[in-house]
Design a protein around this ligand. Structure first.
Ligand code: SF4
Ligand code: SF4
Length: 641
């Protein structure tokens, strides 16, 4: 049995932040959870799917649908959780705006995981602004215990207000681990029933919709006021330090831990107070104002946008108290970086500057206390050995180079986003949001009438196809745009851990499910569709060449080959691959060492001593593709039976 499902209140266990969130949801008695994979949020749905048999858990086709699936459960009186990373909130935002207004019934929580520093994202979005924009309460846990406790409380709050509640976590909380003391597990057996025949204005018995908008908006505002009242006495807003500190740190989320660590390190606990706000929106105004009145200097420590900083400054400006003598430090004063993740070094730097303290020895690179500098050999970000995407981009690049019209490729979101890097031969020329490669190609594909002759190619993955590439494909076909969509089908949502998608014959919990046929869907839409194995370079390139010459509409090329790390392929090799030293003549053959300089699979190495290419037998995944790129046929493959 997973420790997450142990019904032993009071026990303490080491948990990852995302596991603590799962435990909080279990203690709240959720019945339904839905989400779309995205780092750093993916473990939440994955864990729920593994451990709980009486919760309906689903990887939805995209974040908007996940929010709708979870909302339906709430409308039927159940408690439900919707999970996504920050860019997913952009996808869900349309329904979110309406759900915030219509209200919910069973407790419903939107769990959003932000990625400050964009460690695993292509933007550094700030989901907290959505709480303000959508006018919904938001909680930000500051440690692992709070990740569990605040998630549980968020459902109670939601149910008491009939309002969606947002919980925001960040990478360092979601993926790090800490001690969590368990609470009790309730019996979650509620019966689902959707009541709709009451009065239109009755939030519990009537139909659930946004009209009459003015009435619902007033009700929403009233609920926010009630949330703020709850927040005034919330135990998740904590203060440590002297009664009237020389400087007050106002912080939230994981930045609370950084602030505490630095105040201890600098031994300034008698001078500096730390006010951690866990109920970030709406601000608990009285509680904040009381703190403001007891100091003359404030440092805001938070990640990404100056969300708390702005809210507190607005509060101070409108306060009845004279707070004009306060000096504010934070992102606006540049004491805290405007971008990237926070860490204790930034807090140390800010505090030492403001309080005119010497930097501690650990900041001095020559000190004994300084962190040793670890020399890590530089390593290029690249596709894994045996990755089908390397072969696909090699072919796309080769074909577009053979054509003299300066064709280009619009990129999309997944492992294959690395197609913009040297490891992907700089193939991608645009990269934005999920599905936008196809949308941009749909637009580029209509520019023939303005003289554009360049072939237009777009790529997307199999999961992205279902998530958001289908509507632009429909758009392109219906509007007679002209481009080639290449679907890099590696049989799963590989980048985030092989979560299933509607193209696979299993559901979130691994049970059989009807697969959607990507090829059939594209054909039904009206696209000329072909399927190739990207490891067959010749066939792939011939087909792609044919497609980019066609100026009559939308063609779809599905390049199907499972990810090298997928459970079905891992630790298996199709070929034994070797370099024949008699045939490899390296620099002298005019190949320009295409194998190691251009194709650059990590399984291929340059043996400088012998002036020849060689196979790294540890890294080589035995895909056999490199055998097709050597002009001397020096790379040889033998099928492994
Ligand atoms: S293996 Fe082939 S491509 Fe690589 S260096 Fe030798 S001859 Fe050139
Ligand atoms: S066979 Fe060649 S391309 Fe495939 S993993 Fe091995 S070295 Fe890389």
């Amino acid at each position: 049995m997973s420790l997450l499902t142990r019904d032993n209140p009071g026990e303490t266990h080491l948990m990852m932040g995302n596991e603590a969130i799962v435990r909080g949801a279990l203690e709240a008695g959720i019945s339904v959870a839905a989400g779309y994979p995205g780092t750093p949020s993916s473990e939440i749905i994955e864990t729920l799917a593994k451990i709980s048999t009486d919760i309906y858990t689903e990887w939805s086709v995209n974040e908007k649908v996940a929010l709708e699936v979870a909302a339906a459960a709430s409308f039927a009186g159940l408690r439900s959780l919707a999970v996504m990373k920050q860019p997913g909130v952009n996808v869900a935002a349309d329904f979110l705006m309406h759900l915030a207004l219509s209200g919910v019934r069973g407790g419903m929580v939107l769990l959003v995981a932000d990625d400050p520093g964009a460690l695993s994202s292509i933007n550094e979005g700030e989901s907290r602004l959505y709480a303000k924009l959508m006018e919904i309460p938001m909680l930000e846990p500051g440690n692992f215990q709070e990740a569990k406790d605040m998630t549980r409380w968020a459902f109670e709050l939601s149910e008491s207000l009939n309002m969606l509640v947002m919980v925001r976590t960040v990478t360092r909380l979601s993926h790090a681990s800490g001690n969590v003391t368990l609470g009790d597990l309730p019996n979650p057996k509620r019966e689902a029933f959707f009541r709709f025949d009451g009065d239109m204005l009755d939030p519990m018995e009537g139909p659930i919709m946004t009209p009459p908008v003015a009435f619902k908006h007033r009700a929403q505002q009233r609920k926010l006021e009630l949330a703020a009242e709850h927040f005034e006495t919330s135990p998740y807003n904590t203060y440590v330090g002297p009664e009237s500190p020389e400087l007050l740190i106002i912080t939230t989320s994981i930045c609370d831990l950084y602030s505490r660590e630095v105040v201890n390190l600098l031994d300034i606990g008698t001078r500096v107070g730390i006010f951690k706000i866990g109920t970030t929106w709406p601000l608990p105004e009285k509680c904040v104002t009381e703190r403001l009145a007891k100091t003359k200097q404030i440092l805001f420590v938070e990640e990404v946008q100056p969300f708390i900083e702005e809210a507190v400054k607005v509060l101070a400006a409108g306060s009845d108290l004279d707070l004009s003598a306060i000096t504010f430090y934070g992102k606006y004063s540049r004491h805290i970086p405007l971008t990237g993740e926070m860490n204790p070094e930034f807090v140390t730097q800010a505090l030492c500057t403001i309080l005119d303290l010497p930097l501690p020895a650990s900041h001095d690179k020559n000190s004994r206390l300084a962190m040793p500098e670890i020399s890590i050999p530089p390593r290029e970000i690249s596709f894994c050995p045996g990755c089908p995407h390397r072969a696909s981009f090699f072919s796309i690049n080769t074909v577009l180079s053979l054509d003299s019209r300066q064709g280009f490729t619009c990129g999309d979101i997944g492992c294959y986003s690395m197609g913009m890097l040297p490891g992907g031969f700089f193939t991608l020329k645009t990269l934005h949001s999920m599905g936008s490669g196809s949308g941009l190609a749909s637009g580029f594909g209509k520019l023939r009438q303005f003289g554009m002759k360049q072939p237009v190619v777009a790529v997307c993955g199999d999961s992205t196809f279902f998530h958001s590439a289908m509507p632009p494909l429909v758009n392109a076909i219906h509007n007679s745009a002209c481009f080639t969509l290449i679907i890099l089908d590696n049989s799963g949502t590989a980048m985030t851990g092989f979560q299933p998608h509607p193209g696979l014959p299993v559901d979130t919990c691994g049970k059989p499910a009807p697969p959607m046929d990507i090829e059939g869907i594209c054909r039904a839409m009206g696209a000329t569709t072909r399927v190739c194995d990207p490891f067959d370079l010749k066939a792939t390139q011939q087909q792609l060449l044919e497609f980019i010459k066609d100026d009559t509409g939308v063609n779809v090329l599905i390049l199907r080959q499972a990810c090298a790390l997928s459970p079905q392929k891992r630790h298996t090799r199709a070929f034994e691959v070797t370099v024949d030293p008699a045939l490899c003549i390296g620099e002298r053959c005019g190949c320009n060492r295409i194998c190691t300089r251009v194709f650059s699979c990590p399984g291929l190495i340059w043996d400088a001593e012998n002036n020849r290419a060689a196979i790294n037998s540890v890294l080589c995944a035995g895909c056999g593709v490199c055998a097709a790129i050597c002009p001397q046929n020096a790379i040889q493959k033998k099928e492994i039976q």
